[in-house]
Write a protein that binds this ligand. Structure first.
Ligand code: FES
Length: 164
């Protein structure tokens, strides 16, 4: 019998030893060097810490994907789940994900602090949608992401390309 729990982060299996009950997912991710996920408000209000969680639904026999605020998620509550952070979808060396690429092309990033959160909310929407989302669904999916530079228009315009 082991006290260790298991999660997956960006495709890598990670054992969670006993004694990490005080950690949120956000703190854990940043401690393991994934600092693209930002600490903004720390209380679920800004979306800077948004990541995608995937889990297998036994009843539907399908994977489900959710955008969550990592600052609110106790680490152990994600046992057995797969976490995708902004580092896991693309970067300048391996190539950007289309969501990242669109945001850059449309100048949808100003100071950049909120950008990973917007990217992950959009990415999670695309992963969880069977069909291309509507513009309204895209706007709804970004409702929990705040931009302190108030640059919402280029962000919405950038992601409009993914709408049907
Ligand atoms: Fe603001 Fe998590 S840091 S919602």
């Amino acid at each position: 019998w082991s006290d260790e729990a298991l999660i997956y982060v960006n495709g890598v299996r990670r054992l969670l030893p006993d004694g990490l009950a005080h950690l949120t997912l956000l703190r854990y991710l940043r401690d393991i060097g994934l600092r693209g996920t930002k600490l903004g408000c720390g209380e679920g209000g800004c979306g800077a810490c948004t990541v995608m969680v995937s889990c297998y639904d036994q009843s539907t026999k399908k994977s489900q994907h959710f955008a969550i605020n990592a600052c609110l998620a106790p680490l152990y509550s994600l046992e057995g789940m797969h976490i995708i952070t902004v580092e896991g979808i693309g970067n300048c060396r391996r190539g950007l994900h289309p969501v990242q690429e669109r945001l850059a092309e449309a100048h949808g990033s100003q100071c950049g602090f909120c950008t990973p959160g917007f990217v992950m909310s959009m990415y999670a929407l695309l992963r969880s949608s069977k069909q291309p989302p509507t513009k309204e669904q895209i706007e709804d999916s970004l409702a929990g992401n705040l931009c302190r530079c108030t640059g919402y228009r280029p962000i919405i315009d950038a992601f409009g390309v993914f709408a049907k």
